[in-house]
Design a protein around this ligand. Structure first.
Ligand code: ZN
Length: 503
């Protein structure tokens, strides 16, 4: 199995979908006793071609150079530009439990490991040129060779055109106007394309990697897999020049970070790297795995997305407890950072954790232990703390107004109906007597029926709970009423009910 990345900047979140799926396939193959390898190449021989970089101070002169030859944004962190970015995504992967074998293209080229493939490609350059024309309608000039030589004069790799392979050396020219994003120096020369002096172009390098690592499976994003696209070209070259069958592999649809609020209101959005730092790693893996790879996901982290995602995650955890081999159970297991995770223990719904955080008197850990009826295990405690930390961020950045509340220290100036006031008087006797939130919720329903706050179907009407919310948080909506009334100080609750029940 293989995947790769050019270390030229932060990874957009959508680019994690492939690695998470590949890692899950890899784990599954291993668990079935297959001797699988997961190889990840860091394409640090690619030229710097990012238009955005050109505008950065001191970067213009480096355009067209291989990424390993460009200065590090922070030499204290990494010695060069490629390693700086590679280090970041290797750490990001590790945090998500994705730990392939990493191979740097600079090591593969310089050691001569890919020299046999380079020789094969150069000897078949004409056939390859025809494949490009046939599959993708791309015309390369007569004599063109599918490699980029590193210019001996200026060190650029993106600006050179190579021709005339004689079995040992190639001729090359470093052209001023060969590409739009970099300017060559005009040098002309001849040199050996081996031992790191050149790199294969994208399609041919792909084939060389398949061949070198004997790749039989490769995941791909839809963008590379369109008809006449990059994968089609590489497949044809692999079949016709390397005489081998290209790897099989799933094609996944895009995962994009979006949503209408993302672009319009500030503070709502999050960059990929940021989101991955904010979300626990198991939730990020789950986000990538829960949707069929054939379906496009447009993920909007704002509003109630996160509580709903967490509820779904917990449902998959329950499924794992019931049957670890069910589809949902397997998805839960593959969402864990550890390939051999502990089964899920006692958990508190994310939305409830968020409610807890909004009442200063509630201590989440104590509250959770009371609900569980026992001390939390270290894993359960860790899980709760991750939810608490995430709920704080959610309340601050993404939670809709309905989810936010503050228990008002003083009686609010709100209008209640006569029957709502009677209801508040009626529930007074429950306070302090009923300790359990669920039991309180049931009793609140019963009381509503008694005072006649029922709808046409005989169920307690919205007015009943609105009366409670208006009395305590000054809004007609709020957290679960049974829980709210049992988590506040009974003295305080009784006093407020008395004040609000008065005509
Ligand atoms: Zn040059």
């Amino acid at each position: 199995m293989r995947d790769s990345k050019t270390p030229s900047g932060p990874i957009p979140i959508g680019h994690l979908r492939g690695p998470v799926i590949s890692d899950s396939v890899y784990r599954t193959l291993r668990s079935r006793g297959l001797d699988a390898r997961f190889v990840y190449t860091i394409d640090d021989y690619d030229p710097m071609d990012a238009a955005s970089m050109r505008l950065e101070a001191g970067m213009a002169e480096h355009m067209g150079k291989p990424l390993w030859a460009i200065p590090s944004p922070d030499p204290a962190v990494a010695p060069d530009f490629a390693e700086y970015h590679a280090g970041r995504f290797i750490a990001l992967f590790a945090g998500l439990g994705i730990t392939p074998e990493f191979h740097r293209m600079r090591d593969l080229y310089r050691s001569g490991a890919l020299d046999p493939q380079i020789d094969l490609v150069l000897r078949n350059a004409d056939a390859i040129r025809q494949i490009h024309r046939r599959i993708a309608n791309v015309e390369h000039p007569e004599g063109w060779l599918p490699i980029s030589v590193i210019c001996e004069n200026c060190g650029r790799i993106g600006t050179t055109l190579a021709t005339d392979y004689d079995g040992k050396t190639v001729a090359y020219e470093c052209r001023k106007d060969y590409v739009e994003w970099a300017e060559g120096c005009g040098y002309e020369g001849r040199l050996s394309p081996f031992k790191g002096n050149s790199k294969l172009l994208w399609n041919e390098q792909w084939c060389a990697q398949w061949d070198h690592f004997a790749v039989t499976y490769e995941e791909g994003g839809k963008d590379l897999l369109t008809a006449g696209g990059s994968r089609d070209r590489s497949n044809a070259i692999y079949r016709e020049v390397f005489k081998k069958e290209p790897p099989i592999g799933l094609a996944h649809e895009f995962f994009t970070l979006g949503g209408k609020k993302m672009s319009t209101s500030k503070g709502v959005g999050a960059t990929a790297v940021e989101l991955v730092t904010i979300y626990p790693p198991d939730l990020t893996r789950f986000l990538m795995l829960r949707t069929n790879p054939k379906r496009h996901v447009e993920f909007d982290p704002s509003g109630t997305t996160l509580p709903r995602l967490f509820d779904e995650y917990d449902r998959f955890g329950d499924a794992y407890l019931q049957d670890p081999e069910s589809d949902m159970g397997k998805t839960w297991r593959l969402s864990q950072v550890s390939p051999a995770p502990e089964p899920p223990g006692f958990r508190v719904r994310f939305q409830i954790v968020a409610d807890w955080l909004q009442i200063p008197s509630v201590k989440p850990e104590a509250e959770a232990e009371e609900r569980k009826g026992a001390l939390l295990s270290p894993t359960e405690l860790g899980d709760l703390r991750r939810r608490v930390a995430l709920a704080r961020v959610w309340l601050e950045r993404w939670a809709p107004d309905e989810a936010k509340f503050t228990v008002l220290p003083k009686k609010p100036n709100v209008e209640l109906t006569e029957v709502q006031r009677r209801y508040l008087v009626a529930i007074r006797s429950l306070i302090g007597r009923v300790q359990d939130a669920e039991e309180m919720q049931d009793q609140l329903y019963e009381c509503a029926k008694k005072v006649g706050l029922v709808n046409a179907a005989g169920k307690p009407s919205r007015e009943a709970f609105s009366a409670i919310y208006l009395a305590f948080i000054g809004k007609p909506d709020g957290p679960k009423a049974g829980w709210l009334l049992t988590s506040l100080d009974p003295e305080f609750v009784r006093r407020r009910l008395d004040e609000m029940g008065e005509a």
